[in-house]
Design a binder for this molecule. Structure first.
Ligand code: DQA
Length: 145
């Protein structure tokens, strides 16, 4: 099956961005790791990062017709702001897992609301780059071969 991995704004800076919060693993490393793990399990994973809300909205919309079976998404700051991206996921009605490197619940109050969590299959947060691995494992268990 086909999985879509989406990353929101500023995650292109992973590795050097507030490493005490987000770790030192780069986005390229995360994408390569997940693609390899998906492939080893007989699936295909495509990754996209954007700082632009409309690019992510349009990619989610396209997922309705491109064979995507499951979405993994770290909406980053859009977690706390984007009704548009939430609505796109609701529109395509694909199962998704919400991912965060940090644990937003242990941070500032404005990070404690997510526009995504109530629609998500589940939420994985607080494990750094490992959050992505755990999310992939959970998705793989829910995919048809
Ligand atoms: C984040 C948490 C968000 O609050 C923040 O805006 C991010 C990254 C995380 O992965 O921990 O950009 O989604």
């Amino acid at each position: 099956a086909k999985l879509l991995l989406l990353h929101g704004p500023n995650l292109n800076l992973l590795g050097t961005r507030e490493p005490e919060v987000y770790g030192r693993t780069t986005l390229a490393e995360i994408d390569a790791d997940l693609a390899a793990r998906a492939q080893a399990a007989g699936h295909v994973l495509e990754a996209l990062q954007s700082n632009a809300e409309h690019v992510l909205v349009e990619r989610v919309q396209a997922a309705r017709d491109d064979g995507t079976a499951f979405v993994l998404i770290n909406p980053a700051a859009f977690t706390h702001t984007s009704v548009a991206l939430r609505d796109a996921l609701a529109a395509v009605a694909l199962p998704f897992i919400e991912i965060h490197l940090s644990n937003p619940h242990a941070r500032e109050p404005f990070r404690q609301h997510s526009y995504f969590s109530d629609l998500a299959v589940g939420v994985i947060c607080g494990f750094g780059a490992d959050s992505y691995r755990y999310a992939l494992d959970a998705a793989l268990k829910r995919l048809p071969a």
